[in-house]
Design a protein around this ligand. Structure first.
Ligand SMILES: [Zn+2]
Length: 665
């Protein structure tokens, strides 16, 4: 009997229900050779666990959990609700998701259920409570995953249950139908409603009101949050003592802040390619914000993705850099999808650790090397956590749903071609480390906050908390396109902004969209001309200092960037989005005032994440562009992976190289 697994956890998804019982005996020695200590199981195994209504078969899963446990490999178990079995969808078709044309989806895919159907909840309660009673106190089960990658990819379910709930959601938000009519201006195009039950579920073939579509998306988020809350409660009420999470996908449409009010641990999946591997850092910075405990990277790929076609071979070393991103950014688990390639089914060509014939794939040695590195650096990682720098940027799941319905500028995607490349990536390359917060998050401990593209400042009750935070000394960089929509997704009418003009002491003369052409502005009197982008607000100073003025176009002479003190703090308003280098310079100036410095002196292709705790201090470094990098150490450190001691000064990092540096000798 091996000792129970402890963090950092390293493993994969495993599907014993699809394999002959003896296969696990061949797999376990290879799992050990790869340095793995956790397997995630049962996420789609409903028809194996409950082959007919009320007949439960958990023997196979007990065998797997026990055999893995004996080998020192822990299990994470999943509720199987992303794939209701055929006996259930045949008997109760109302379990199935309904399209906006009134047709039910058919059986055979994934997440083909309605999140609100009462009969589905009844059946979920049966299987999930049984799972909790079987495994809730099992010493080798270390956690739970509810469902799988919840989202409403195409449109929320349009069934009668969902529509009724939508009407109740609208009524609780607006109180009266007249209030909704006034907020949405439904007199336009003769859309005025007499009753809430007249408000339609949006259809793809109708040019609907954007407030209707956005409300529908926000309602659907609440419905899915409630679906996950329900399952977490069933697990807890039936004796599951392990941490409960749900494996999020990046972006998506569900509000992950709301979701984590009901969960114990953040779990996140990602499948980035080599050219956008850096984006992973954004999603992990975001995952880190939900809970005080480290997050789990529940799924990533070893090399290529694939369904019926394999897609995206990655160069040697990619797997190492990709896997270490999770541990570097505050995760305590990284799991591949999947351990053994499926021999049949919709995703039989996806990359894995071993083939469907049980042979190690070409990445096996690289994976074993990662396992060995975690063995060497694991104690340090478990004893320390990622340092908070006092710098945060805002990302809002609710704004994402809004921008999908109202992009405001042709081609704008959020965070796709806006927040990620124009804000996060330049700061990351300049070695600024930050928290990625949703508007509902507390601002405690933050000293500099950057909030572009946050149209609804009342999202999460942010407005009043933000005002108090600035007055107490916070520095806020706002805009463009921040504070421009009310809680009904409409424009303000007293000014283009809810509070921004009043707080920052300016008057917006007019605004023009940043498509199809860009206009230049200049910092101070002598700065080099540079291009704005996305949006242009020509501001007039009322009580503020002008930092930059437009030098061409209809806005020529107007202020492009202004600032003003507010209480002990300060507001900087971006009327347009500067070029990355100018943006970083502006942040650098504000960061200096806030007492925030870059986390490292290093080349742009290195992710450098300082961490400390229990009297230990160090930094995890990951090269993520497959080229050599350099880092200047301010004090001597030891790389716990290679065992090599580094003196103060320059350290070279090889392409896709990883260092776990512990300061001191
Ligand atoms: Zn429904």
């Amino acid at each position: 009997m091996n000792a129970p697994a402890k963090p950092p956890f390293f493993g994969a998804a495993y599907y014993p229900e699809d394999l002959p019982a003896a296969t696990i005996d061949q797999d376990i020695p290879l799992m050990k050779k790869a340095g793995m200590n956790v397997m995630r199981m049962a996420e789609f195994a409903w028809s194996t666990m409950e082959p007919s209504p009320g007949r439960f078969e958990f023997g196979w899963l007990h065998d797997a959990v026990d055999k893995l446990g004996k080998a020192g490999i822990a299990s994470v178990l999943c509720t199987p609700t992303a794939t209701p079995p055929l006996w259930l969808t045949e008997k109760h078709p109302e379990v199935l998701y309904q399209w906006d044309n009134g047709k039910r989806i058919g059986h055979g895919g994934r997440r083909h259920y309605c999140p609100t159907a009462p009969v589905y909840r009844d059946h979920i309660e049966k299987i999930v409570s049984r799972m909790a009673r079987e495994f809730g106190a099992h010493p080798n089960v270390i956690g739970w995953q509810v469902d799988n990658e919840i989202d409403f990819y195409f449109r929320p379910c349009s069934c009668d249950h969902c529509r009724k709930r939508f009407h109740a959601w609208l009524e609780s938000k607006y109180g009266t139908i007249d209030a909704l009519n006034a907020a949405w201006c439904t007199s336009l195009w003769s859309m005025t409603y007499k009753r809430f039950d007249q408000v339609p579920a949006p259809r793809d073939d109708i040019w609907h009101h954007p407030a209707l579509r956005t409300s529908w998306a926000h309602f659907a988020s609440d419905a899915y949050v409630d679906f996950i809350r329900f399952q977490a409660e069933v697990l807890r009420n039936n004796g599951a003592g392990q941490p409960i999470g749900t494996d999020m996908i990046n972006g998506g449409h569900v509000d992950h802040f709301d979701l984590h009010q009901h969960l114990d641990i953040a779990q996140v999946n990602h499948y980035h390619m080599a050219d956008n591997l850096w984006e992973t850092a954004f999603w992990f910075d975001k995952a880190r914000s939900y809970k005080e405990r480290p997050f789990w990277n529940t799924e990533t790929m070893t090399c290529w993705n694939g369904s019926c076609a394999a897609n995206g071979y990655k160069a040697p070393g990619f797997c190492r850099a990709n896997t270490w991103f999770a541990y570097a950014l505050g995760g305590e688990a990284a799991l591949y999808w999947l351990w053994r390639q499926h021999f049949a089914g919709q995703e039989l060509m996806h990359g894995a650790v071993i083939s469907s014939a049980g042979r190690p794939l070409h990445v096996f040695d690289e994976i074993a090397e990662i396992g060995a590195g975690l063995g060497a650096a694991g104690e340090f990682l478990a004893a320390t956590t990622v340092d908070k720098t006092g710098l945060a940027i805002h990302f809002s799941d609710k704004a994402q749903a809004l921008f999908e319905q109202q992009p405001m500028v042709n081609g704008l995607t959020y965070p796709g071609n806006s927040l990620l490349p124009r804000v996060y990536h330049p700061l990351m390359q300049a070695q600024f480390r930050m928290e990625v917060l949703q508007p509902a998050h507390s601002l405690d401990g933050m000293r500099l906050l950057i909030s572009p593209f946050v149209p609804m400042l009342d999202d999460g009750g942010l407005r009043e908390r933000l005002r108090a935070w600035i007055k107490a000394g916070g520095i806020w960089i706002a805009g463009p396109l921040t504070d421009v929509r009310d809680q009904s997704y409409a424009k303000y009418r007293h000014a283009p902004y809810g509070s921004l003009e009043e707080w920052a002491g300016f008057r917006s003369k007019f605004e023009i969209p940043g498509d199809p052409r860009q206009f230049k502005f200049r910092m101070g009197k002598s700065g080099a001309p540079q291009s704005g982008s996305v949006w242009y607000d020509a501001m007039e100073a009322v009580g503020c200092t002008v930092l930059a003025r437009y030098i061409e176009g209809p806005m020529k002479g107007g202020a492009a960037i202004i600032e003003r003190p507010m209480g002990k703090g300060r507001i900087v308003v971006l009327g347009t989005m500067p070029e990355p280098s100018a943006f970083v310079n502006l942040v650098r100036t504000c960061a200096k005032k806030a007492g925030i410095a870059p986390a490292a002196s290093a080349s742009r292709n290195l992710l450098c994440v300082p961490r400390s705790g229990n009297g230990l201090c160090g930094m995890v470094v990951v090269e993520h562009e497959n080229k050599a990098g350099t880092l200047t150490l301010s004090k001597p450190a030891k790389d716990l992976i290679s065992g090599k001691a580094h003196a103060q000064g320059t350290v070279k990092v090889k392409p896709y190289g990883v260092l776990v540096l512990k300061y001191g000798r």
